[in-house]
Design a protein around this ligand. Structure first.
Ligand code: PLP
Length: 355
């Protein structure tokens, strides 16, 4: 099979060393070896996320932990910040689980503003709020610090954050920000295959879960807590992914968190500079994502054709998502992507488009 180097916003390219880590011999999930692995991984994740709270491992993609967060942490009514395909869908998950869920909606390409969050929470109607830190459909990154500052004023509101396309690519200090659940699948900025999702879960979220009935079975935080105390998961987890995560977290910490986040920011500057020169950036100014760029297709090129020609050579980018198909295209610069790879991609696109 002709491998296309992935510049799509997930799954992202996995380094051969981490692919090899997936192929380690299996171990029993009730063994000392597993408990050592579990504690190693969750300890490193706590460093990454700046938390002394719990970090759980879920064998599912991020959608499963959207559902888990809703079932365990929404008692009455949840406010869903909506600004693109993924943040919109979290509300559908809440409704599918029988929860009252209101929208706080902005146009695609725009960011969620702390003032509007403040106005909505001040109604006193909500006991939880969902926010997608980095909306992958539009490449808009919200100012999490400012929104968190507002949410912290409402001590009875549980703060549920999807950091699916930002975690491990941008700084998120869970405890300092007061985030109750912060979740991400591994196939984005962690640069690992899909199949496992990690999430921090605060003591406050666990206390709330104790008051909530029908939390479900597979994703019950209290069951996960019980097993976490032994260094295990309730059901058989995706052990290969956990091996690979352990190896990758060593590399992430060796690179240095600051250096890793700065590399993402630097790649974003390169891609966004290029996009502004030839096209335009779709995201509202000041909210451009460090992990991916959504390029507004101001010249009406055929994105499908561009991607086909890139694919014939060596790479894949993403078309616009949903209603943004052909109107935009997305280039991911997250995970382990290096400057030379991004510069090579942009040079190849320039050659194809005759820039
Ligand atoms: N949240 C965000 C921000 C995403 O980008 C995605 C997928 O791309 C999801 C959630 C859903 O992830 P999954 O399809 O892996 O469950």
């Amino acid at each position: 099979m002709h491998h296309k180097r992935l510049f799509i916003p997930g799954p992202t390219e996995v380094r051969p060393e981490n692919l090899a880590a997936l192929a380690r011999p299996q171990i029993g999930h009730r063994s000392d070896d597993f408990r050592t692995l579990y504690r190693s991984v969750t300890g490193k994740l706590r460093r990454l996320l700046g938390t002394d709270g719990k970090v759980f491992l879920f064998t599912c993609s991020s959608t499963g932990v959207w559902e888990a967060a809703i079932r365990n942490c929404v008692a009455r009514r949840v406010l869903c910040c909506m600004q693109g395909a993924f943040s919109d869908r979290w509300r559908s998950v809440a409704q599918a689980n029988g929860k009252e869920a209101d929208e706080l909606r902005v146009d695609w390409g725009r960011a969620i503003r702390p003032e509007t969050v403040e106005r909505a929470l001040a109604t006193g109607k909500y006991d939880a709020i969902t926010l997608v830190h980095n909306e992958t459909a539009t490449a808009v990154m919200n100012h999490l610090d400012e929104i968190a500052e507002v949410v912290r004023r409402y001590s009875d509101v549980t703060f549920l954050v999807d950091a699916v396309s930002s975690m491990a690519g941008a700084r998120i200090d869970v405890d300092r920000l007061g985030i109750d659940v912060c979740l991400a699948g591994l196939q984005k900025a962690f640069a690992l295959p899909a199949g496992l999702t990690v999430a921090s879960v605060s003591a406050r979220a666990l206390d709330k879960a104790r008051t909530i009935e029908h939390r479900g079975y597979y994703f019950d935080f209290l069951e996960m807590l019980k097993y976490d105390e032994r260094g295990e998961t309730p059901a058989t987890p995706a052990i290969p992914q956990i091996w690979a995560l352990d190896a990758q977290l060593d590399d992430v910490l060796a690179e240095g968190l600051e250096a890793r986040f700065e590399r993402h920011a630097m790649l974003a500057r390169i891609v966004q500079g290029w996009a502004r020169h030839h096209f335009a950036v779709f995201a509202e100014e000041g909210f451009e994502s460090p992990t991916l760029t959504c390029v507004a297709n101001t010249h009406g090129i055929s994105v499908t054709d561009l991607n086909r020609r890139l694919g014939e050579q060596y790479a894949a980018i993403s078309n616009g998502y949903g209603m943004l198909k052909e109107k935009t295209f997305r280039i991911a610069h997250m995970g382990d992507t290096q400057e030379w790879e991004i510069r090579g991609l942009l040079a190849t696109i320039d050659r194809i488009l005759g820039h």
